[in-house]
Design a protein around this ligand. Structure first.
Ligand SMILES: Nc1ncnc2c1ncn2[C@@H]1O[C@H](COP(=O)(O)OP(=O)(O)O)[C@@H](O)[C@H]1O
Ligand SMILES: [Mg+2]
Length: 431
């Protein structure tokens, strides 16, 4: 990382936040409740609000016993995790709760906390503030080993509809259930191309491990990466900020088979610059590259981000996407133990892969124990029925376990076509 690539506070304010961000956008970003309202209206998910408490009267009237067993109390105008109480579960008696720090709180304790919030104790501008109670976002199983009693948040910086840099912040024992660096949370950069974590940071120092453990911070695949990026882009367009950060959490579904829901916790019109340390990359250079580009929609923005901001080190280590050319020699593992190198054509026009019938037969792939199902196939010759069978093969050093349709390809040069479904984890390089 060259010093010129690093974005400093002054440049951030002069070159980006003040030029690309409207006053209204900034006003929305400064209030978490306003942000939630705008985003909800635009169809971007946010945690459910249980209650908004604007003044002492509201507080006296509020019935705490209507709250579920877990929830979060927050100041509308807070920052750095201050004033936030994360309640993880109900206590031994009704009207008692246990926080993520293990403290038992009763109704009086919660009231005191909210009174402090109302008095502006945690507010950015020291003025009277509003308190609210919202749905607690639980820890996604992927992060269970890397967060101490708190929900990690994934920050994505979006500029001109392109996600430019990202990191995930992980609550530690020290940070008390909140994913704020200032409270002592750890952070780790994320490769834009794959959503795989890269370089860890704790208290502004590089670290390979989650604080207090030997668990490696690199190599974690962020679930639903494209969804996360799309949510960040949608949030930026909804609020009308050209340059901003979204803090995104993944609310896991009760059914572990189902995907989690990306939700926005808050947005920031002047995001901090430590994200550059966790990515060992400078923001300035990335921003310069996409300034002025005409971005059609979120999908387009994501494509650009993946193409431009892939982490080079990750590629080298083989953690990132492997590259394939227009043709690849793949090693097919036969059902009969034979391994055969086959020159395959990369075919992004096809959804699934296919293989020549004779070759499949020779490799035992047509054996009944390998048969999956029949499918209708549309081609220039009309509608035909094809067998779909299981296949294992190695492509660009990566083991693939997939399925292929069986076709008559004896007269064509390439006995195997690799379709889109098998290409998800690869970048296609055509020279
Ligand atoms: N609804 C929630 N569910 C679970 N954890 C939350 C929730 N809201 C906040 N937190 C925790 O507190 C941290 C700070 O919350 P955030 O809304 O980003 O406020 P701040 O502006 O103080 O950073 C989050 O990173 C997360 O770890
Ligand atoms: Mg935050």
């Amino acid at each position: 990382m060259k010093i010129n690539d690093v974005l400093g506070l002054n440049s951030r304010n002069h070159l980006y936040t003040s030029v690309y961000n409207t006053r209204i956008g900034k006003k929305i970003a400064n209030s978490k409740l306003k942000t939630k309202k705008v985003l909800r209206h635009e169809g971007v998910r946010v945690p459910k609000s249980y209650a908004v408490i604007r003044n002492q009267e509201d507080l006296e009237r509020f019935d705490f016993l209507t709250l579920p067993n877990d929830f979060v109390i927050k100041p509308d105008n807070g920052l750095g995790g201050q004033g936030i109480i994360v309640v993880e579960r109900g206590g031994m008696y009704a009207g008692e709760w246990v926080t993520s720090q293990g403290t038992v709180m009763n109704v009086e304790d919660l009231k005191l906390q909210i009174a402090d919030i109302l008095a502006g104790q945690y507010s950015m501008d020291d003025l009277a503030d509003v308190a609210y109670v919202e749905e607690r976002v639980r820890v996604h199983p992927v992060f269970a080993k890397y967060s101490y009693h708190g929900t990690p948040d994934i920050r994505v910086i979006v500029f001109n509809m392109v996600p430019v840099m990202s990191y995930v912040r992980l609550p530690t024992e020290e940070s008390g259930g909140r994913a704020n660096l200032f409270q002592g949370a750890a952070a780790v950069g994320i490769d834009m191309a794959t959503g795989i974590t890269t370089y860890g940071v704790h208290h502004a120092k590089p670290t390979d491990f989650f604080p207090g453990s030997r668990r490696k911070l690199s190599g974690i695949q962020i679930p639903q990466w494209d969804d996360v990026l799309e949510t960040a882009i949608k949030a930026a367009s909804s609020v009308g900020l050209g340059y901003m950060a979204s803090d995104i959490v993944l609310q896991p579904d009760d059914d572990p088979e189902k995907p989690s829901t990306p939700m926005i916790l808050e947005i920031n019109a002047q995001p901090g610059l430590k994200i550059q340390i966790a990515n060992r990359a400078g923001l300035r250079e990335r921003l310069e590259r996409i300034k002025g580009l005409k971005i059609k929609d979120a999908k387009h923005g994501i494509r650009i981000a993946k193409a431009l901001f892939a982490d080079p080190k990750l590629m080298e280590k083989g953690l990132g996407r492997k590259a394939v050319g227009a043709y690849e020699d793949v090693e097919v593992w036969g059902n009969n133990g034979e391994r055969r190198v086959v020159r395959a054509k990369i075919d992004t026009g096809a959804d699934s892969s296919s293989i020549d019938k004779t070759l499949a037969g020779e490799l035992g792939l047509l054996d009944t124990d390998n048969f999956l199902y029949n499918t209708h196939f549309e081609s220039a010759l009309g509608r035909t029925m094809r067998q779909v069978v299981g296949i294992r093969y190695v492509m660009a050093g990566r083991k693939m376990k997939s399925r292929v349709s069986v076709a008559e390809r004896s007269k064509v040069k390439y006995k195997m076509l690799i379709g889109k479904r098998d290409l998800k984890d690869f970048v296609i390089v055509v020279d």
